[in-house]
Each structure stands twice: as structure tokens, then as C-alpha cells.
Ligand binder design. Structure first.
Ligand SMILES: [Zn+2]
Length: 324
């Protein structure tokens, strides 16, 4: 795809639980004309209309775009272009999102899971450029991974490969909604960090700074904890450290399983600075010196907050390349 005329535009649409982000991807993955709207949850019809409106605003009457890449949070069947189910979007039944968006916009649409999209984006333009064997771990509200083997996404038999949020890292750990115990997601996700801090505040075990934040009635989020840790708050630093420990356990497991050239750490918890990556590296140093001595093994995502939109555009490019 050349990107020289409006008809050749490549759009990326990142559908998350709280917002839909969209933009035009340049040939180097840089995003322009970013647009963000709230996600209408529990309502696929309205979501399709919102995305169609975003596409309309981005193409400004041009005949294109050449293709629209979509990354959606949920279980995606790429072959049929369906979102099978999405707890985050409140969809309990399969939605033929690709077909519906293609019909509504008149453009070719390619769909994948948002974390797979992030992995493709980092592979094409980011921290894993031109590497064949890569694990991209996204740590945000939840935790997921995109796995590239030989330069291609590994999806597994049912399309659910990379669900590292449900990798058990503590066999006797707290229960997870999936039915298991001690899953990575209940210990180290943004939601887990916020919940742990809130429980500590309720029990009087957190720091005065976080208690003061909670006093006005707002729920403490992982963002608050990371901001407090950046400011030197001892309790918050300890919690970031523990989060890094759990993630390091998962990273060692992933490295032993896949022997990747690189593990890329991205997602919302890495957008506020390098605290989390530093905490994981620290823990790796204690747990797996053989691994920690290679600084290339664990790197932060290079696309940062644009990973979602750029990754969605990469989904379209990857699909076009596969078709060609
Ligand atoms: Zn689980």
C-alpha cells in the first residue's frame, strides 16, 4: 500500500472498554488526526455507528481509505471477522464486526484482538521491528499478550493464544473470575493494583498520601499508585515492586516457553514512565540472572499510547501483505 493519495489512507481504530481511538497511520506508523470518543458499551449497533462516524471524519470526503484496521478488546475470530464475546464491551454474543463495518463504510476492514494488534504494531514499527520471535505483553486494566513466531502471530487452535493474564503465577493465590487461582491478571493488572491499594487504604496500611487521595471519595487507580511511586511514596513503591515481581515470574515463564528475541512490555501501566519496566528488570535480576544480563530481552513498547491505533493499522497492513 502506498500512502500518497487520500484514497490510499490507512486508518487504525482501537476499540477499548472505555474509549475508541482512531487515526490515520503514516507509512512509518506515526499517527495523525487522532480522534477519541467514548465507547458505547453493551450496544454493537451504536458502536458500529460511532466507528463509521470516525471513519467519515478522518477521510473527509475522500474516496478511501485503502483499508481500515480494527483492534478490539475481546475474543476475536480473525477468519470470520467476528468478536466472539467481549466482557470489556459487554457483548455476550458474537458480533460480525468486520462485515458490519465493511458494509457501513464501503472499505476493506481487517479485525484482530487489540493486544495482537499491539504486537503487530511493535513488530512493524516499534521495539520489535524486523524481529521474528517476539512476545508483546500488554499490562493495562487487564493483561494479555501477542505472540509472534517466525514473524507471524501465533493464535492457537481457538484464537485464544496469548491469554497470559490467566497464566498462573501463584498456585495458591487469590481467586480469578476465570475459575482458577493466582492468575497474573488478579495480581499484576491495573485493576489489581488499584484494588490492592484501595484495600490497603481501607485497612489503614497504605501511605497518608494515598489515604488523602481516597478521602474525597474517588476510587484509587493504578495511575494514582504509579504517580505516588514516582513521587517517592514508600507504600506505592512497594506495590509497584510487587507488581514487577509477578510480571517477572510471567516473563521468565514466557521466555522459557518461547525463547523470544525480545519481550516487549506495553499497555496503560507503562505509559506513565519507566517505573514498571524497571521493577520487572529488578525482579528478573534476582530471579533469572541469565536472562537479566541481556538488556534487549525486556524492552518497553516504543509506540507508547499510540500502540492501539498504530497496531490496528498494522493489522490491515499485515492482512493486505498476506493477501498479496
Ligand atoms: Zn484467571
Amino acid at each position: 500500500v502506498s500512502l500518497t493519495s487520500p484514497a490510499d489512507l490507512l486508518l487504525g481504530i482501537d476499540i477499548g472498554a472505555t474509549k475508541i481511538a482512531a487515526g490515520i497511520a503514516a507509512g512509518d506508523g506515526r499517527i495523525r488526526d487522532r480522534l477519541v470518543v467514548p465507547t458505547p458499551r453493551h450496544d454493537p449497533d451504536r458502536l458500529v455507528e460511532e466507528v463509521a462516524a470516525l471513519v467519515e471524519r478522518l477521510r473527509r470526503g475522500a474516496a478511501g481509505p485503502a483499508a481500515i484496521g480494527v483492534g478490539a478488546c475481546g475474543r476475536v475470530k480473525t477468519a470470520s471477522g467476528e468478536v466472539n464475546t467481549s466482557l470489556a464491551l459487554g457483548w455476550r454474543h458474537p458480533v460480525a464486526l468486520r462485515a458490519r463495518l465493511a458494509a457501513r463504510t464501503g472499505c476493506p476492514v481487517f479485525l484482530d484482538n487489540d493486544v495482537n494488534a499491539g504486537a503487530l504494531g511493535e513488530h512493524r514499527w516499534g521495539a520489535a521491528r524486523d524481529l521474528a520471535d517476539v512476545v508483546y505483553v500488554s499490562v493495562g486494566t487487564g493483561i494479555g499478550a501477542g505472540i509472534l513466531i517466525g514473524g507471524r502471530l501465533y493464535r492457537g487452535a481457538g484464537g485464544a493464544a496469548g491469554e497470559v493474564g490467566h497464566m498462573v503465577v501463584d498456585a495458591d493465590g487469590p481467586p480469578c473470575p476465570c475459575g482458577n487461582r493466582g492468575c497474573l491478571e488478579v495480581l499484576a493488572s491495573g485493576q489489581a493494583v488499584g484494588a490492592t491499594a484501595s484495600a490497603a487504604i481501607a485497612g489503614g496500611a497504605a501511605s497518608p498520601a494515598l489515604e488523602a487521595l481516597a478521602r474525597d471519595g474517588t476510587a484509587i487507580t493504578a495511575r494514582d499508585v504509579f504517580a505516588a511511586a514516582s513521587g517517592g511514596d514508600a507504600y506505592a513503591r512497594g506495590l509497584v515492586q510487587r507488581t514487577g515481581e509477578w510480571l517477572a515470574v510471567a516473563v521468565v515463564n514466557l521466555v522459557n516457553l518461547f525463547d523470544p528475541q525480545r519481550v516487549v512490555l506495553g499497555g496503560g501501566l507503562t505509559h506513565t514512565g519507566d517505573l514498571l519496566v524497571a521493577a520487572v528488570r529488578d525482579a528478573l535480576g534476582r530471579r533469572a540472572g541469565w536472562l537479566a544480563t541481556d538488556p534487549k530481552v525486556l524492552v518497553p513498547a516504543a509506540l507508547g499510547p499510540d500502540t492501539g491505533v498504530a497496531g490496528a493499522a498494522a493489522v490491515a497492513l499485515d492482512a493486505l501483505r498476506t493477501q498479496a
